[in-house]
Design a protein around this ligand. Structure first.
Ligand code: PHE
Length: 349
C-alpha cells in the first residue's frame, strides 16, 4: 500500500506540534490566553486534530501506533493545561485579593446613634415619677377650639387673662392651643370622677427669645375626687420636687392668679445649685428659689362646665413648662438650644 506521507513525517509533526503547545501553555499568563491555546491545539480545527486527520493516509498497521502517540500527546497537553489553569486561577485570586485588600487595622467609622431629646426624657421622667402615685398619661389635640382653650377653662372673651398668652389664631373659633389646660376639660367631659391625669404636649405662643419659644411643651396635672385638698396638692408637689431635683429639695407656694383655679399659686423649688447660700448664683439669681409651675384648686366653674356637681367634689391642677424643668435639671443656658437639632448639644443627654 502506498502512502503519500511517511509515518515518520506524521510522528515528528505530532511531536513538534505537541512540544510547541506545551511551550505556549507554559507561556500563557492569563486564563483567557490559556483557553486560546487549548482551542488552537485541541479544538476541532486545532493543530493536533489537523495532524490526526493525516491518520487516514497511513497504512493500517501504522495507524494504531500513530493513534496511541496522538492520544498520549493529547492527554499530556490536557494535563499541562489543567496544571497551568490551577496555577493561573490561584494567581488571579491572589491578584484580586490584593486589589480589594481590607486593612483590618484601620479604625472603623464611628456610628452616630441618636439620643433621647431632653424634652422627651423630661416628659418621661415626670410621667414616671407621678405615675408612681397614680397619675395616668393622657393627651389632647394641638389644634384646639377657642372654647376649650379659653372659655371652658374660665377665660371668657375679652377677659384680660387672654393677654397672658399670645395666641396663634388658626381661624374663627380655632387656635393652636396656648396651654395644656384644655386637656383637663376634655378629660372631665369624657369621664366621671375620680380623675388623676397628666397631660403632656406641645403648646404654642407668639413669643420668641432666650427663654421663650413659639412652640414649647407643658405637662398639666389634674386630680379630681371627693375631698381633694390644698394639702394634697402640696404633698404631691413636694414628692414630685424631691424625686425630680433631689431629696433635699424644698417647695414653696406663692399666691398667684390663674383663671381656672381658686386659690392659685406659683410654685418654687429651692435652688439645688447654691441652696440659697450664694447671692451671686446665676441660676436662682441669689434668691435661693426657682419658679417651676403654676397650680391651684380647680375653679368650681370648670366642674359646672364639665357637667360635674361642683358640690360633691374638689380637685387640684398644676401646669409646668417641660423645657424649663429640663433646663433646670441639666443646667441648659438657652431655651433655643432645644429646638436647633444640633448633635453637639443633643448628644450630651
Ligand atoms: N395653664 C397654665 C399656664 O399655661 C399653668 C397652670 C395649669 C396653672 C394648671 C395652674 C393650674 O400658665
Amino acid at each position: 500500500m502506498s502512502t503519500s506521507i511517511s509515518l515518520e513525517t506524521i510522528q515528528s509533526g505530532i511531536l513538534e506540534k505537541g512540544e510547541a503547545a506545551l511551550k505556549q501553555i507554559q507561556q500563557s499568563n492569563t486564563l483567557a490566553d490559556l483557553d486560546q491555546v487549548r482551542v488552537s491545539v485541541l479544538g476541532k480545527k486545532g493543530t493536533l486534530s489537523e495532524a490526526l486527520k493525516a491518520l487516514g493516509q497511513v497504512s493500517a498497521e501504522d495507524r494504531p501506533k500513530l493513534g496511541a502517540l496522538a492520544n498520549e500527546w493529547k492527554s499530556k497537553i490536557e494535563s499541562a493545561i489543567e496544571t497551568k489553569k490551577n496555577a493561573l486561577e490561584i494567581l488571579e485570586i491572589e491578584a484580586s485579593l490584593q486589589k480589594t485588600k481590607i486593612d483590618v487595622t484601620i479604625p472603623s467609622r464611628k456610628k452616630h446613634a441618636g439620643s433621647i431629646h431632653p424634652v422627651t426624657s423630661t416628659i418621661r421622667k415626670v410621667s414616671q415619677v407621678l405615675g408612681r402615685i397614680g397619675f395616668d398619661v393622657t393627651v389632647g389635640p394641638e389644634i384646639e377650639t377657642d372654647f376649650l382653650n379659653f372659655e371652658a377653662v374660665n377665660i371668657p372673651k375679652d377677659h384680660p387673662a387672654r393677654d397672658m398668652q399670645d395666641t396663634f389664631f388658626m381661624g374663627p373659633g380655632v387656635v393652636l392651643r396656648s396651654q395644656t389646660s384644655p386637656v383637663q376639660m376634655r378629660a372631665m367631659r369624657a369621664e366621671k370622677w375620680p380623675i388623676r391625669i397628666l397631660c403632656p404636649g406641645a403648646v404654642y405662643r407668639n413669643d420668641s427669645d432666650a427663654t421663650h419659644s413659639p412652640m414649647f411643651h407643658q405637662i398639666e396635672g389634674l386630680w379630681v375626687d371627693q375631698k381633694v385638698s390644698m394639702s394634697d396638692l402640696k404633698g404631691t408637689l413636694d414628692f414630685f420636687a424631691k424625686e425630680m431635683f433631689g431629696s433635699e429639695t424644698k417647695i414653696r407656694l406663692r399666691p398667684s392668679y390663674f383663671p381656672f383655679v381658686e386659690p392659685g399659686a406659683e410654685v418654687d423649688v429651692s435652688c439645688a445649685i447654691c441652696g440659697g447660700r450664694n447671692h451671686k448664683c446665676p441660676v436662682c439669681k441669689g434668691t435661693g428659689w426657682l419658679e417651676i409651675l403654676g397650680a391651684g384648686m380647680v375653679h368650681p366653674r370648670l366642674f359646672e362646665l364639665a357637667g360635674y356637681n361642683a358640690g360633691e367634689i374638689s380637685g387640684f391642677a398644676f401646669g409646668m413648662g417641660v423645657e424649663r424643668i429640663a433646663m433646670l435639671m441639666h443646667d441648659i443656658p438657652d431655651l433655643r438650644l432645644m429646638f436647633q437639632g444640633d448633635q453637639r448639644f443633643l448628644k450630651q443627654f
